[in-house]
Design a protein around this ligand. Structure first.
Ligand code: PHE
Length: 530
C-alpha cells in the first residue's frame, strides 16, 4: 500500500481496517469505560446519555470527517496541516483575534487576571499565526490531557496487579471503596504507576506507526468487546440489575444540571479523540484509496457501542451491589471487581478485564502522544526518538501534579492558592482542573475552530474533493438512494441530486456544529439560563 501514497517517507496504515482499528483504538479508551459511566452517574443518567448521543451525531460525526479529511489531504501533523491550508492573511482570523483581545482587556479590568492574560496571549498568537492557532492549541491539549489520562492509566496497572494477586475479592461495596481509597490515598504509589504507564506509552510511540500503533490495536480491540459482552451478561442477571438499566437508559430531564450540556459536549469530543488533531494525525497516515465516509462511520459507531456497552456492564452491577452511581472517578474500579468476586474463576476474569482496560487506555494515550511527537518531528525536525523522550518527560512531570492531588489539593496547596488567585478556580483537585480545562474547554474550542476552518476558510468544496477520492461515489449519490442500497443503480444515479452525503455534511460543518458548540459555551457562561 505504501507506494500509492502521495508523500514519500511518511508511514501509512496497511489498509482501511488498519486505520479504522487504530482510530477506534484512539477513540475507545478510558473515556468510554471509566469516564462515561461516572459522568453519566454524576449527571443523572438517561437524560445525560441522550444529550451525549445528540452531540455525537450532530457535532462529533461531522467534525470527525473534517479531521480525517484535513489529515489525509495534507499528510501532516495538526500544525503542519493548518499551516499548509491557511490563507496568507485572513480577515476572519483577525476578527476572532480582535474579539478575544477585547475580552482579555475586559477580564483584566474586572481583575480576572489569569483568564484575561490567556485571552490576550491567544489573541496575539492568532494575530501572528492566523489559522495555524488551532493546530498549536491541539498540541498544547495533547500535553494537558495525556498528563492526567496517564494517571488513570496507572490505576489500571495497579488494579491489574492486585487482581492477579487475588486482592480484589470483595464481599461488599464498602470493601471495594476502601481498596480504591487506599490507592488514591497513597500519592506516591499513583506517581509510580503513572510513570510506568508513560514509559510504556513512550516505548510504543518510539517504534512508529505500523509496528507500534497498528499491530497492538488489531489484537486488542476485538478482545475488549468480547469481555464487555461477558460482563453485561453476568451483570444484568443479578438481582435489582434492571434498576441500573433503567437509570442508564430512561431520560429524566429533571436530573440534568446546568453544567451537564457542556460536560456532554466535551465528552463527545473527548471520547471520539476530536478537537485536538489526534484524528488529523492518524488521518495523515491514511492512503488515498480509503473511503473516508465509511471509516468515520465505523469509528464513531464502534466508539458509541463501546460506551453503551460499558454503561450496561456497570450500572446494573452498581444497583445490584448498592454502589452509589454518583461516586465519581472510582465507579468502574469499585463496581466491576464486585461482580468478579461473585463468579467462578473471578480472579482470572478480573485480571483479564483490567489488562484490557489498560490496553484501551494505552491505545488512546499513544494517539495523544503521537500528536505531540509528530508535531516535533515535522515542524521542529527532531528525530522520533528524541521527540518521544523529551515530550514524554515533560508530560510525565506535569502528570505528577495530578497524581499527588487526585482527591484534594493537600499536597500542592501552593499551586491551589496560585490558581485561585489567577483563575478563581473552584475545581476540587488539580486532576479535576486539568480534566475540566482539557476536555470541557480546549477540545470543544478546538472542534469549533476545525469546523469553522473546514467550512468557511479552506472551504467545503475542496474538502469534498478530497472526500471523493476512494469513496466509490458515496459523497454524490442521492441520500435516499444511498440509504436504500441503490447507490450503484443507474436509474437513481443518473440525475443531479441535491441532498447527498456531501451536502448534508457541508451544512453540518458550516452551521449546525459551530452553532451548537457556541451555544454550549454561552450556556455555561451563564448567558443562557436553562
Ligand atoms: N478518546 C480517548 C478516550 O476515550 C481519549 C482521547 C482524547 C484520546 C483526545 C486522544 C485525544 O479514552
Amino acid at each position: 500500500m505504501e507506494n500509492n501514497t502521495p508523500s514519500e517517507g511518511r508511514e501509512h496504515w496497511s489498509g482501511q481496517l488498519g486505520f479504522v482499528l487504530a482510530a477506534a483504538g484512539s477513540a475507545i479508551g478510558l473515556g468510554n469505560i471509566w469516564k462515561f459511566p461516572y459522568i453519566t452517574g454524576e449527571n443523572g443518567g438517561g437524560a445525560f446519555v441522550l444529550i451525549y448521543l445528540i452531540c455525537i451525531l450532530l457535532i462529533g460525526m461531522p467534525v470527525m470527517l473534517c479531521e480525517i479529511i484535513l489529515g489525509r489531504h495534507t499528510q501532516k501533523n495538526p500544525v503542519g496541516a493548518f499551516k499548509m491550508l491557511s490563507p496568507k492573511s485572513s480577515v476572519t482570523a483577525h476578527l476572532i483575534g480582535v474579539v478575544l483581545f477585547t475580552c482579555g482587556v475586559a477580564l483584566i479590568s474586572f481583575e480576572t487576571y489569569g483568564w484575561g492574560l490567556i485571552f490576550l496571549a491567544v489573541a496575539i498568537l492568532i494575530f501572528k499565526y492566523g489559522w495555524i492557532m488551532p493546530g498549536i492549541m491541539g498540541v498544547f491539549s495533547g500535553f494537558i490531557i495525556l498528563s492526567y489520562y496517564s494517571v488513570v492509566g496507572g490505576w489500571t496497572i495497579s488494579y491489574f496487579f492486585n487482581a492477579a494477586a487475588g486482592k480484589l475479592v470483595f464481599q461488599n461495596a464498602q470493601q471495594a471503596a476502601g481498596c480504591f481509597d487506599s490507592l488514591k490515598g497513597n500519592p506516591w504509589l499513583c506517581v509510580a504507576f503513572h510513570i510506568a504507564f508513560m514509559a510504556i506509552t513512550c516505548l510504543i510511540i518510539y517504534s512508529g506507526v505500523r509496528k507500534g500503533i497498528e499491530r497492538w490495536s488489531r489484537i486488542l480491540m476485538p478482545a475488549l468487546f468480547i469481555i464487555l459482552i461477558a460482563l453485561i451478561l453476568r451483570g444484568i442477571t443479578l438481582p435489582n440489575a434492571l434498576d441500573g438499566v433503567d437509570f442508564f437508559l430512561r431520560p429524566d430531564f429533571s436530573k440534568i444540571k446546568p453544567k451537564s450540556v457542556l460536560t456532554a459536549l466535551g465528552h463527545a469530543f473527548f471520547t471520539l479523540s476530536l478537537g485536538m488533531g489526534a484524528i488529523i494525525t492518524y488521518g495523515s497516515y491514511v492512503s488515498k484509496n480509503e473511503n473516508l465516509f465509511k471509516a468515520s462511520l465505523s469509528i464513531v459507531g464502534l466508539d458509541t457501542l463501546a460506551a453503551i456497552m460499558a454503561g450496561l456492564a456497570i450500572f446494573p452491577v452498581a444497583y445490584a451491589v448498592k454502589i452509589n452511581p454518583e461516586c465519581g472517578p472510582g465507579l468502574v474500579f469499585q463496581t466491576l471487581p464486585l461482580v468478579f468476586s461473585q463468579i467462578p474463576l473471578g480472579i482470572f476474569w478480573c485480571a483479564v478485564f483490567f489488562i484490557l482496560l489498560f490496553i484501551a487506555a494505552l491505545t488512546s494515550a499513544m494517539s495523544l502522544l503521537e500528536v505531540v511527537v509528530s508535531f516535533a518531528m515535522d515542524e521542529l525536525k527532531w528525530p522520533r526518538h528524541f521527540a518521544t523522550f523529551f515530550c514524554g518527560a515533560v508530560i510525565t512531570i506535569l502528570g505528577i501534579f495530578s497524581a499527588v492531588s487526585i482527591s484534594n489539593w493537600e499536597n500542592i496547596e501552593w499551586i491551589h492558592s496560585a490558581l485561585i488567585k489567577i483563575f478563581n478556580t473552584s475545581q476540587s483537585s488539580f486532576f479535576d482542573f486539568m480534566d475540566n480545562l482539557g476536555a470541557n474547554w480546549l477540545l470543544p474550542l478546538g472542534g469549533l475552530f476545525i469546523a469553522l476552518f473546514t467550512g468557511w476558510i479552506w472551504g467545503t468544496k475542496k474538502a469534498v474533493d478530497e472526500m471523493r477520492i476512494g469513496s466509490e461515489n458515496f459523497a454524490d449519490v442521492n441520500f435516499i438512494s444511498l440509504l436504500a442500497g441503490l447507490k450503484d443503480d443507474p436509474g437513481h444515479n443518473a440525475k443531479v441530486h441535491v441532498i447527498t452525503l456531501a451536502s448534508l455534511w457541508g451544512i453540518f460543518v458550516r452551521f449546525i456544529a459551530p452553532l451548537a458548540i457556541f451555544l454550549a459555551f454561552l450556556q455555561i457562561a451563564g448567558w443562557i439560563k436553562n
